[in-house]
Design a protein around this ligand. Structure first.
Ligand SMILES: [Zn+2]
Length: 138
């Protein structure tokens, strides 16, 4: 394990304990969250906090070692959303009942598709959390 507990804590707190992609709260997830390398180690990504993000199991698994994906509208290969460099609100938007993430940009759309940010279980979690005033996160 190359990432120290102190660094894990820093990254988790910086993310406010939310997956930095699908924004699911860690505290309501049955599966543990991971500290994810935005630029993968296999592609010379570092363990520095600027290259790390908190990610739920699903987002982490779908992202894997990818850094780009296809925008479903333009068909172009574009970089994935980078939680350290990009602003979530500039690339994503909630639908009217806050259950689905919509892409505002090519990068947003490509990330939604590759990481499956609107997976059934995540949509169901958002629906339940919304009922209890815990979603969307402030
Ligand atoms: Zn996630």
């Amino acid at each position: 394990m190359s990432i120290s507990p102190a660094k894990r804590k820093t990254v988790s707190e910086r993310a406010r304990f939310l997956c930095e992609y699908c924004v699911s709260p860690k505290g309501f997830s049955p599966a543990s969250f991971s500290i994810e390398h935005i630029h993968p180690k296999s592609k010379k990504g570092t363990d520095e906090p600027e290259n790390l993000a908190l990610a739920c199991q699903g987002c982490n698994a779908y992202k894997s070692d990818k850094i780009s994906a296809i925008d479903p509208i333009s068909g172009r290969i574009v970089p994935l959303y980078n939680p350290r460099k990009d602003v979530w609100e500039e690339h994503f938007l909630w639908n009217e009942d806050f259950t689905e993430i919509l892409g505002l940009t090519a990068k947003g759309r490509a990330t939604i598709n590759l990481l499956k940010l609107n997976r059934e279980e995540v949509i169901n979690l958002r629906r339940v959390l919304h009922l209890f005033g815990e979603h969307p996160p402030k």
